[in-house]
Design a protein around this ligand. Structure first.
Ligand SMILES: [Zn+2]
Length: 149
């Protein structure tokens, strides 16, 4: 199978509320999101994306529009993490994203996969086969088709 992968990076804050070590503290990461797509190669003459599955800049634009712009420089907070939610809500115009799951890299990768799979299917008819989300250069989660919750 021929696939293409686009990497996007964003910064976000989070914490793991009941973690027994450092991750319970408010902190942030520079996340790296890798989107792997497959589909037919464009064959029409004269198109700027001839020979491509999808122009990398178009992948970036869709991912930004439907996910990354929302999460970049936001604080990702679990809906039941009430102390932090209350604090964030007390800050005027703070960029906060409330999630129904604890913002571990596993859950964030799953949310990204579920949302972007539909976006790429509906917008351009391409199949998102894998999302890899790096929380640090050494730690990441992967979600691929069939593994969706
Ligand atoms: Zn963390």
């Amino acid at each position: 199978m021929l696939t293409i992968t686009r990497k996007l990076e964003f910064d976000a804050g989070h914490r793991i509320p009941d973690h027994n070590s450092q991750c319970r503290n408010l902190h942030g990461h520079r996340y790296a999101l890798h989107l792997t797509l497959t589909g037919e190669i464009v064959t029409q003459d004269g198109r700027s994306d001839k020979g491509m599955i999808m122009d990398f800049s178009d992948i970036k634009a869709l991912a930004n529009k439907y996910l990354v712009d929302e999460w970049d420089h936001a604080f990702l907070v679990y809906e039941n993490d009430l102390a932090v939610r209350q604090f964030l809500e007390s800050l005027p115009n703070h960029k906060t994203v409330v999630l129904n799951k604890i913002p571990t890299v596993e859950n964030l990768a799953q949310i990204a996969f579920d949302r972007l799979k539909d976006v790429f299917q509906k917008e351009v008819g391409l199949r998102l086969v894998k999302v890899t989300l790096y929380e640090t250069p050494n730690c990441w989660a992967e979600v691929s088709e069939g593994a969706s919750a």
